[in-house]
Design a protein around this ligand. Structure first.
Ligand code: NAG
Ligand code: NAG
Length: 393
């Protein structure tokens, strides 16, 4: 190659413009490639990275849908400008108080409105979590009035249509979930669910269901085929009423919920999976809680969600899923599995390899802030491209 002539000023300027364009295009492509899958960002732990570092981790993973169990202002602030879409939550302990319109209004004014004004994307509020799992009848009775109060207060704040109001249910609300077409709610929950469905239908909010095929497998490993719960190739099961074939349990559970909703007279309510996951560790009696099975479940789930698959009953509606959970949470009570649902250890190392290669910046990035980190990455990208351009010239 002949010695490159000194580039003229004009050529240098043109190269500069091209570099900036290249960087912008790269960013655009990355944004366009955001994953469809969402994650639950639980924080019942004392060793998690700061929200700023988590924000960098998620942007390196191209995950742009996050579900919180509260409305942690540090998280919402750290994610400003990232375009990440949030589901925020009102904890069960706060639900009974929310039936008072003034309390719902005050909660929104403190926890949601300022973040929306600052540019945060909050698209959904869950009022309570798995309220029908326990025996808390006060919580159950206040759930729908609280949701109505929150919805009304959104309107009063001029936010109607911008934020959905719903709750997340445990699959325990189902009395029948197989075959999917026979899906039916538990009689105790059904009395509450009828007006709840009317609210969702009238407001256009989704029905969130938390589904764990792991529980079914753990309870009966001899009879529940592992391939069927892990989305591996298998003959599947055919619903005798619809003749639809199911090759995995998650889709069968979602369709059972659709059937139960339809049995109550509603056909326009969208079902989303608020949580699903598989623990990488468990107690000796928690059969199947291994990193291998967890990696297979999450890896196969990811592939299907990114293919925008629908369920057999709703083939044209891509299944919407929030994986549980982003991190292992060391302070969660209960069996060992509860502390081992994470995709990542708190230091950002993946618990198993499903091709999600993320980057958790070191703690020092906190002092610079995510803006600083982004600028450094930009600068490095520019230097890299400039050297490539120079080498090619
Ligand atoms: C709910 O109450 C019943 C009887 O009233 C009891 O047997 C059961 O253990 C309770 N369940 C929970 C989760 O508290
Ligand atoms: C509310 O939920 C519905 C049903 O899932 C969805 O189509 C709509 O986009 C959601 N609204 C917002 C503001 O995200």
């Amino acid at each position: 190659m002949a010695a490159a002539p000194e580039p003229s000023r004009a050529a240098a300027a043109a190269a500069g413009v091209l570099l900036v364009l290249a960087v912008l295009l790269t960013e655009h492509t990355l944004a366009a490639e955001a994953l469809s899958i969402g994650v639950n960002y639980g924080q019942i732990a004392n060793n998690l990275p700061s929200p700023r570092r988590v924000s960098s981790l998620l942007s390196s993973l191209k995950i742009s849908k996050v579900k919180l169990y509260d409305a942690d202002p540090r998280v919402l602030h750290a994610f400003l400008g990232t375009g990440v879409e949030f589901v925020v939550g009102i904890g069960n302990e706060h639900v009974p108080a929310m039936v008072t319109p003034a309390a719902a209004h005050a909660w929104l004014q403190q926890h949601v409105a300022p973040h929306l004004r600052a540019g945060a994307r909050i698209t959904c509020i869950t009022v309570g979590n798995e309220a029908f799992k326990g025996n808390d009848t006060a919580l159950q009775a206040s759930l729908l009035p609280a949701m109505r109060a929150v919805h009304h207060a959104l309107g009063a704040l001029g936010l109607q249509g911008r934020v959905n109001v719903t709750t997340a249910h445990s699959l325990d609300i189902m009395a029948v979930s197989y075959p999917p077409s026979a899906g039916a709610f538990h009689p105790t929950a059904a009395a509450h669910l009828r007006p709840f469905l009317s609210f969702l239908s009238a407001t256009g909010a989704p029905f969130l269901i938390n589904c764990y095929p792991f529980f079914a497998y753990k309870d009966d490993p001899a009879r529940v085929p592992l391939e069927y719960v892990l989305f591996q190739p298998n003959a599947g099961v055919t619903d005798p009423h619809t003749r639809l074939n199911y090759d995995n349990m998650l889709y069968a559970q979602v369709d059972a919920v659709y059937a139960a909703i339809q049995a109550m007279g509603y056909t326009d309510v969208h079902v989303k999976v608020g949580e699903t996951g598989w623990p990488s560790r468990g107690d000796p009696d928690e059969y199947g809680a291994t990193p291998e099975h967890a990696g297979t479940y999450i890896g196969n789930l990811l592939r299907r969600i990114e293919m925008k698959q629908g369920t057999p009953l709703r083939p044209a509606v891509p299944v919407d899923v929030y994986v549980f959970a982003l991190f292992n949470e060391n302070l969660k009570p209960g069996p060992a599995s509860e502390r081992n649902y994470g995709l990542f250890y708190p230091d950002g190392t993946p618990v198993y390899n499903v091709g999600l290669r993320g980057y958790l910046p070191p703690p020092m990035a906190d002092s610079q802030g995510s803006e600083g980190t982004r600028q450094v990455i930009h600068l490095l990208a520019l230097i890299f491209m400039a050297s490539v351009a120079f080498a090619l010239s």
